[in-house]
Design a protein around this ligand. Structure first.
Ligand SMILES: *[C@@H]1O[C@H](CO)[C@@H](O)[C@H](O)[C@H]1NC(C)=O
Ligand SMILES: *[C@@H]1O[C@H](CO)[C@@H](O)[C@H](O)[C@H]1NC(C)=O
Ligand SMILES: *[C@@H]1O[C@H](CO)[C@@H](O)[C@H](O)[C@H]1NC(C)=O
Length: 391
């Protein structure tokens, strides 16, 4: 009896000891999210890399950039950018830092995106996507374990500068020249994503290109007049975007642990620009001009010391802060869509679903073409029945 009781209490103590022997780990497992975020691409996702890379003063390092946060830090917005919000939603406790800046904390990911980045060519004082991925590989061994990389989200927005440059240099390009260029750009994108996958990444978020012809700086440079967008650039963006989903479907078929999703940024922007004519409100009063800059669409020179830029009074009523980048309010909206929207906006999964999806498991859904993916900038009245209107 005595023996039994003491055995029971010994077992009890052992049990209690096993349950609570390492309370910090238990708490740690419960409270700390395991997710991390790596970003690649151009100025839209640049967390301050261009500012680090060049010795010249950059406009985005000066007021009124960052004004809503009283901190011009090399990001293209009046405050935070989309990835700051996405990181917050992923419960990452620190800001995703620019990878090129010395002595930053890359324990939860980093931004490799640099303003002026392209897929093709050799951008001045910037890095191509390929060079960004090589930089990631150089930093990898010293900073991140393989399991960590597999669990991390890799977000990419790239290509706009390739098409802006192409259109500037080839204003008369015909359909077959355009198609040939799109093919070379998207082939390069595919080989770069493959390189990143071969570097250990398995969770990819690719954004389609915005309707480039509707950017205030493009409307201004190409003098499209009042309501019009510059259609040759929108067409290039559409041709590019059409290739993304099928390309990623194929990669997921070939590689069973390749997971991806596509954010329909093109239509997210276009719906906001067309909101009046399709009878919706996204709470932006101005969508065709910038908040900060000079010119017919206030689209040039924001932050440049030699330009006397106009600055709008209320940033939150504008979709665009400068000629091609969105206001903090818009970027926060995009982050909510990325994180939680339905497949009409981001498919086959949103970020919340993608980061939760077990590492190594084949995707159970594919990307599907949608008929409304090609909302026409010039023919918006008929699109309100697309069942697509709420984001
Ligand atoms: C980096 O950030 C993490 C939080 O993700 C923190 O735990 C760690 O102490 C930081 N490292 C340094 C060197 O500050
Ligand atoms: C821009 O276009 C020109 C002419 O086609 C080309 O030589 C250059 O490499 C391009 N620049 C970039 C950064 O792609
Ligand atoms: C912007 O759109 C408004 C209508 O929403 C129009 O009145 C205005 O002229 C446009 N501005 C420019 C510069 O295109």
């Amino acid at each position: 009896m005595v023996v039994k009781r003491s055995l029971a209490s010994v077992l009890g103590v052992l049990l209690v000891f096993t349950l609570f022997h390492n309370p910090t780990t238990v708490v740690g497992q419960r409270l700390v999210s395991p997710f991390s975020l790596f970003t690649f691409g151009d100025s839209n996702l640049d967390a301050g890399n261009k500012q680090t890379l060049t010795t010249a003063d950059v406009a985005q390092g000066f007021w009124p950039y960052g004004k809503s946060r009283d901190n011009p830090n090399g990001k293209f917005s009046d405050g935070f950018i989309v990835t700051d919000f996405v990181a917050k939603f992923m419960k990452i406790p620190i800001e995703i830092p620019p990878a090129l800046k010395p002595n930053v904390n890359v324990s939860r990911g980093a931004s490799f995106a640099v303003a002026d980045a392209t897929l093709l060519g050799a951008p001045v004082e910037s890095l191509t996507l390929n060079q960004q991925i090589r930089k990631f590989n150089q930093m990898k061994d010293a900073n991140w374990k393989d399991d960590f990389i597999k669990q991390s989200l890799f977000m990419i927005y790239i290509g706009a500068n390739d098409y802006l440059n192409f259109t500037k240099n080839n204003p008369e390009a015909d359909a077959s020249a355009q198609q040939a260029f799109v093919t070379s750009v998207t082939n390069k994108l595919k080989s770069d994503i493959t390189l990143l996958y071969n570097s250990g990444a398995t969770k990819f978020l690719i954004q389609t290109l915005a309707p480039l012809g509707c950017l205030p700086i493009v409307r201004q440079d190409y003098r499209t007049g009042e309501e019009k967008c510059y259609e040759p650039l929108n067409n290039l963006a559409k041709l590019h975007n059409e290739k993304i989903g099928p390309m990623l479907n194929e990669m997921a078929t070939t590689n069973s642990d390749f997971q991806f999703t596509v954010f329909d940024f093109y239509n997210v922007i276009l719906r906001r620009i067309q909101s009046k004519s399709i009878g919706l409100s996204y709470r932006f009063l101005k969508t065709n001009v910038s908040c900060c800059g000079v010119g017919t669409h206030d689209a040039y020179g924001c932050g440049l010391s030699n330009v006397h830029s106009r600055l709008c009074e209320y940033q939150r009523s504008y979709l665009f802060f400068d000629g091609r980048h969105n206001t903090e309010k818009a970027q926060e909206m995009f982050a909510h869509l990325l994180f939680g929207a339905d497949p009409n906006v981001i498919q086959p999964m949103n970020i919340r679903e993608l980061v939760m999806y077990p590492v190594g498991e084949p995707m159970r859904e594919v990307w599907l073409p949608t008929s409304s993916a090609t909302l026409q900038a010039s023919d918006s009245s008929s699109s309100s029945s697309s069942g697509y209107e709420f984001y």
